[in-house]
Structure formats: C-alpha cells, structure tokens
Write a protein that binds this ligand. Sequence first.
Ligand code: ZN
Length: 202
Amino acid sequence: MNVKQIYMDADAMLEGHFKLSSGNHSQYYLQSAKVLEDPKTAKLLADALADVIRNDGIEIDTVCAPALGGLIAGFALATALDKRSIFAERVNGEMQIRRGFEIKKGEKVLICEDIITTGGSAMEAAKAIEALGGIVVGFAALANRGFCKRSGSALERKQNCSLPDNKPLFALADFDFEMYAPENCPLCADGSEAIKPGSRGN
Ligand code: ZN
C-alpha cells in the first residue's frame, strides 16, 4: 500500500511553510482529515494497519485516540480490530479521559494517532490511561513522521521522539520530512511566515 500516494491523491500532503503542533516548522504538512473524509479510504487504511497489529500478536482490549487529530483513525482502527474505541481530550491544556469512559485495572490500551510526529500528544494520552490503572501496550498511527521507530522499519529512532523505546509503534509508512526549530528554519530565513494549517480556514 502506497500511503504517500493516498495522501497526495487526497491533496492531503500540503507543501509550503507550516508550523506544526510541536512548535517546529516544516515544508510539508499532512492533513489526515482530508484522507479520512472518504470512509472507504479510512477503512482501507485502518484494515491494513489492523493487519500489521494482528501479525504482531499483541493483545489489545481498547484503542484510545488523542482528540482531535486521532479520533477518526482511532475509531476506524478499533472497528477493524473489533475493539472498544475511546478518546482522550485536552481540558485546560491537560489530556484527560472524560465522557464517562472507564478504564479497568490492567486493561490493555493501544494509543492511536493519525500521524505520529514526536509522539507528544500520544504520550499525554498514555499517561492519562495509566493514571486510571490501564496498561499502554503500544502506539499506532497511519504514518510515522520519521522521528520515532516504526515496528518493521529500518529507520532509526531520533532524539526528539517522546515515545518509550520499549513499546511498539505500528504504522503503515514513514514520512521522513525535515523539521526545523523556528530559529533554525531555512524557510523563515528566506523571509516567509509559517502558518498553522487549520487555523486560517484551511
Ligand atoms: Zn519557519
């Protein structure tokens, strides 16, 4: 499966000068919502990701997605795996499990994002699950931005990956783009201004 082509076909791989949620800048931005607006594509990707996860043999009770980014991918993956689907959401900056969702002690939870960049939001969701007695068994995403180590990929983990190195990350592809701290961004140096997709009507 050519995940990059699927993103390009959906006009979901934007080229420009973008500010990512981590605060870093990039020439590319992946707009997964554009890919997932077609439920058939969402199902295709989630089924393929579920196969990767099933082949690993890992035990999962529940899929938990950090809102908003992971919601659709998480639900589609939980459907494909036939597991419970819940989400974590940010309240006053802190990721929490709300909506009456309960976590049993020892419940095995897979955290699912649309794209894993450094894994910051995924880790915040993982901490919220663990605070309630759940066990985070691994992480999943449609694609990995190339900072963390994807199960089965030769690409090495980089220093800014915040996911633990003793838990698997399942994803369908590595999208290995450069990312810059604002002070080192060559696009900023050229005089353009980074925009945050989603914040200006796009
Ligand atoms: Zn920049």
